[in-house]
Design a protein around this ligand. Sequence first.
Ligand code: MRU
Length: 364
Amino acid sequence: MQTEATLQAIRYQRGVLSILDQLKLPDETVYISINTADDAWKAIHTMSIRGAPIIAVCGVLSVAVELHNSKSKFDSISSVTQFVTDQLNYLVTARPTAVNMTDAAKTIINFLTPLHIKQKNLTIYIDELLDFMEQFLQRDLIGNRLIGQYGAATICRNNSNKKKLNILTHCNTGSLATVGFGTALGVVRQLAANNALQIVYFTETRPYNQGSRLTAYELVHDRIPHTMICDSMAGLLMRTQPIHAVVVGADRITANGDTANKIGTYQLAVLAKHHQIPFYVAAPTTSIDLTKRSGDEIIIEHRPSSEMTTIKGINLAPEGVQVWNPAFDITPASLITGIITEHGVFQPDELEEKLLGLQQSLTS
Ligand code: MRU
């Protein structure tokens, strides 16, 4: 039987970082050592680790590990500042659509700029930086719990017939995509913990099967009642079964509430609208990008065709076939019922105002 530890996407202690290789799941549980930002860049780019929040945590901790283990090569505070800034900016380029790594890089660079001026002792400067970078672990854990609680409470409140709920989700947004409980899957976990979940349906999530490989792994592990469907079955499911809500994650939410998430999310939102099913996006506020006005400004990552045409080296299509493989799509705000964050559930059209208010209250 799998143990609790197998669901830890990331293992960290100062100077040592390893990640669960998600490309090997569900067959093998193998941890890979990450010693440098370059190791993390490759792991993120090849999707050994994936999911917007954990990409950022892995990136940040890789810089912390590299900095800690090469302390002796730095002779000035400026050289540390330059090193950390360069590595963070490099990590941002590993995958373009999820905003969380960009947000983490900005947060750390904003932290080190005044510290760089104030702090005169190199050893203390490095320690303060390491402490700050390590906080990303805890922040994600706490945020996940709150997202789960707000999401479960909102969905239950809107369930007028008080029967147990059937939820549909997409991709993997659980412990493998975050440090802890998950975002959309965290809401499902919370509903299950509250004994309010009848069943969670989840898509296999073609072409890369984050649903059948990863979400299935988590749900079997946690013994949460579930049923997997092919992506193409969602319409019939909504037409024939009571589905009380669709809950998905996000890679980037723009100021107007448009949301980039795993390819296939948009069609679920259109179907949900047609069937009058509430459609929720669950994401930490680090997935919100107020520098982008709408989803039209988001860069959509295109993945290699082999991820669509082969599985474990077996051809699913004839050699030479031409394919289109965008990894994400944009769900317009008009199709989204609510955005579940660690600070509460917001309507897409109030998101910007609420977030600016939160940022102001944190800085004053
Ligand atoms: O390509 P992936 O597997 O990184 O895509 C993941 C998703 O789209 C998730 O839904 C999103 O990152 C949120 S994970 C909490």
